[in-house]
Design a protein around this ligand. Structure first.
Ligand code: NDP
Length: 444
């Protein structure tokens, strides 16, 4: 394989999809060497078959707002690869959603799911519908209309969606309810469900907790831990909240959180009580992070991200490309020792380069945030065997999965000088399993 040529061809065939190109480029540049050790892969053009999604559904969603106006949005599901299990990946509702973003997420998801060691392929879906400012009934009407199309393409052995940005317990509940009605079945077709109807304990916490378990493995390898270390967290949604919770539990200090309007900086640290306030503010009242600054009298910076603040650890947990090369330089200059990604692809390629050249610990989302989909996989298992495990059981399994992912990254990513290139490690480990499965299944 000539990675540059493969990428050029993809850019020509699928122009105007920058996020998709970015994700593919990162993977190709790190697996090229390993791939070329296997001439049998190239004989069957494995790389193009792995980069191009199996199929993409795209549809119009029509719904009525509270004023009686008819609204239209776009709906999508990208089924990327099912070589090792049913398609699996979240649904995102955000005004910025487009095919490029969903193709990048579905591509990444394939490698991430492979890394978890659970039998799940990769997919992603969503809509440019934004739940922000919408009433409960508007969200429900939109979701029901969205499901009128999506339901026929998913199923417990076919494609199992979950949440992502803008899709939490409320939205998954509405999707599941409509799916159940249309498909006339009660099966584990969604994960992240409510506990009363098949949801797994620890699923809401899993991505944030998993990120911190991964971080702890990296720190342990350097003979340290989180005690007394200060952390910058971006976002204040599902991933950010439970990342903060686990940091506090393990003795770290949380200095910042953010939303799409700006960030708060609390030099005293966001403690348990203040985090409870943020959870209520975001999950119940759907308010803005600036309200925290009003309540606790700390700094709020409108229209900015927290990467200029000084701290030991950075945990980007909001969205893609939220940390650029200049941000990375500031973090490194301020002495950051580790960056572990709760979000998907939050660091731009320039930022990743800065971290790796500075030889700090840097964990890409596809490894560090794999805890969410891992517990989704455990939810699928519990649904199939019609049992539910205790929180302790699920948490133990999550810890052990994150430890295994860390080990796989170290195995495939350790460089000659001992520095662990976690990007390379995650990509090669994730790729090899999918590649072997595809080879065994013939040219399909
Ligand atoms: P939520 O919708 O719960 O929270 C997203 C947070 O990020 C909110 O604070 C939101 O602010 C902020 N945000 C969203 N878009 C932007 C933007 N364009 N610029 C700045 N801030 C933004 O989503 P999640 O916490 O579930 O997801 C966060 C990240 O984690 C995403 O990258 C997602 O793909 C990834 N992820 C999530 C998993 C999960 O299990 N939920 C699993 C693995 C990865 P606001 O409130 O203003 O919109």
């Amino acid at each position: 394989m000539n990675a540059a040529k493969v990428l050029d061809d993809l850019k020509r065939r699928f122009p105007n999809e920058p996020e998709y190109h970015q994700a593919v480029e990162e993977v190709l540049s790190t697996i090229e060497e390993e791939y070329n050790k296997h001439p049998e892969f190239d004989k069957v053009n494995l790389i193009e078959r792995l980069c191009i999604p199996d199929r993409v559904y795209q549809f119009r969603v029509t719904w009525m707002d509270d004023k009686g106006n008819i609204q239209t949005n776009m709906g999508y599901r990208v089924q990327h690869n099912n070589a090792i299990g049913p398609y699996k990946g979240g649904i995102r509702f955000h005004a910025s959603v487009n095919l490029s973003i969903l193709k990048f997420l579905a591509f990444e998801q394939t490698f991430k799911n492979s890394l978890t060691t659970l039998p799940m392929g990769g997919g992603k879906g969503g809509s440019d519908f934004s739940p922000r400012g919408k009433s409960n009934m508007e969200v429900m009407r939109f979701v029901q209309s969205f499901m009128l199309e999506l339901w026929r393409h998913i199923g417990p052995e076919t494609d199992v969606p979950a949440g992502d940005i803008g899709v939490g317990g409320r939205e998954v509940g509405f999707m599941f309810g409509m799916y159940k009605k249309l498909a006339h079945e009660f099966t584990g077709t969604f994960t992240g469900k409510g506990r009363e109807f098949g949801g797994s304990l620890i699923r809401p916490e899993a991505t944030g907790y998993g990120n911190i378990y991964f971080l702890m493995e990296m720190l342990k390898k350097q003979g340290t831990d989180l005690k007394g270390k200060s952390c910058l967290i971006s976002g204040s949604g599902n991933v950010a909240q439970y990342t903060a919770e686990k940091v506090l539990e393990l003795g770290g200090k949380v200095l910042t959180m953010s939303d799409s309007d700006g960030y708060i900086f609390d030099p005293e640290g966001i403690d348990r009580e203040k985090l409870d306030y943020i959870m209520e503010l975001k999950n119940l009242y759907r308010g803005r992070i600036r309200e925290y600054a009003d309540k606790y009298g700390c700094k709020y910076v409108e229209g900015a991200r927290p990467w200029g603040e000084k701290a030991d650890i950075a945990l980007p947990s909001a969205t893609q490309n939220e940390l650029n090369g200049d941000d990375a330089k500031k973090l490194v200059a301020n002495g950051v020792m580790a960056v572990s990604e709760g979000a998907n692809m939050p660091s731009t390629p320039e930022a990743v380069k800065v971290f790796q050249e500075a030889k700090i610990l840097y964990a890409p989302g596809k490894a560090a945030n794999a805890g969410g989909v891992s517990v989704s996989g455990l939810e699928m298992t519990q649904n199939s065997i019609k049992l539910s495990w205790s929180a302790e059981e699920v948490d133990e399994k999550l810890k052990s999965i994150m430890k295994n992912i860390h080990e796989a990254c170290v195995q495939y990513g350790t460089e000659a000088d001992g520095y662990v290139n976690y990007v390379k490690g995650a990509n090669v480990a994730g790729f090899m399993k999918v590649a072997k499965a595809m080879m065994a299944q013939g040219i399909v």
